[in-house]
Design a protein around this ligand. Structure first.
Ligand SMILES: C[S@@+](CC[C@H](N)C(=O)[O-])C[C@H]1O[C@@H](n2cnc3c(N)ncnc32)[C@H](O)[C@@H]1O
Length: 278
């Protein structure tokens, strides 16, 4: 269960700000690294949210599609979204708190974890991420030999590259303790038994449709679409609103955005694919 955001509440507005970033590339990696088409696969979406990724995959009629999440509100939205999908795909939904993944060994061809791992550690020391490590071990266990796990995540450098992270520097530092680096993820994948096959950076914030809205931080509904703001104190939010309002009035807000937006260099997201070797 995320302590950063109340996802039962967020579920009401999540889809107005979020999209299934790089879903077509995730599909392509799943097919390339398993040698199967999606139509032949049993797929699990771990931390499925409102089902945006599952919804993308459903059009290709996988054999089965399993959605799990800790938030009842997010799962309710996902059920409504997918309920009129192709009748050939067996759909199932489960409310589960990671790192547990309560399914049999060797039962999925592909698993995906999109933008979930940074929600798992509630008291991180910034050095180790035991819940992430356990989640990846569980993912390994439920995959069939030859199966593939894909992960979409945000590394610490990518977090700093978002223009608005700099508006509350103290909160940015807090987040560094929640975000495993590429090297840490690689290590946890290897420890779980999975072999890393591919990793790439997305140079656009395609998961967040309003990323470039420079006045967004002034709006509560915009802030609800980004987990960053969930860990700010009320004082920090008030101070940030004053700063952004001042820049807006002085005509310097666009310049601030351009100076601090570095996602074209560091990426907005990292996507990894790792295989359970036969
Ligand atoms: C940013 S959303 C991502 C949703 C979806 N994967 C997507 O990319 O659209 C994070 C999701 O992780 C779920 N989550 C957070 N902590 C969790 C946990 N410990 N176990 C299971 N799900 C969790 C939240 O409920 C939320 O739906």
């Amino acid at each position: 269960m995320s302590k950063i955001a109340n996802y039962n509440d967020v579920s009401k507005s999540y889809d107005s700000a979020r999209e299934a970033a790089e879903a077509h590339l995730i599909k392509s990696m799943m097919e390339n690294f398993t040698g199967k088409t999606v139509k032949e696969m049993d797929i699990i979406d771990i931390g499925c949210g409102t089902g945006n990724y599952a919804d993308y995959f459903l059009q290709f009629e996988p054999r089965s599609l399993t959605l799990m999440d800790a938030s009842e509100g997010m799962l309710t939205k996902a059920k409504a979204k997918l309920s009129c999908g192709p009748p050939k795909t067996v759909l199932s939904f489960k409310e589960v708190v990671l790192p547990d993944i309560p399914y049999e060994d060797n039962c999925f061809d592909a698993a995906m974890i999109n933008l979930v791992l940074h929600h798992l550690e509630e008291k991180p020391d910034g050095k180790s991420f035991p819940a992430v490590a356990k989640t990846l071990k569980e993912a390994y266990r439920i995959l069939k030999p030859g199966g593939i796990l894909t992960i979409t995540t945000i590394t610490p450098e990518q977090f700093d590259a978002k223009w608005f992270s700099n508006l509350v520097p103290e909160n940015r530092r807090r987040w560094h303790k929640r975000l495993p680096s590429h090297a840490q993820l690689k290590m946890y994948l290897e420890e779980s038994g999975l072999s890393l096959k591919s990793a790439f950076k997305s140079l656009q914030a395609s998961y967040h449709t309003e990323h470039g809205n420079i006045e967004g931080p002034l709006s509560e509904s915009w802030r609800k679409g980004v987990s960053f703001w969930g860990t700010c104190t009320d004082e920090e939010i008030q101070e940030m609103i004053q700063d952004v309002t001042q820049m807006k009035n002085e005509g310097t807000l666009q310049k601030y955005y351009e100076t601090h937006n570095k996602i074209d260099i560091f990426g907005a997201l990292e996507t990894l694919a790792a295989r359970k070797e036969i």
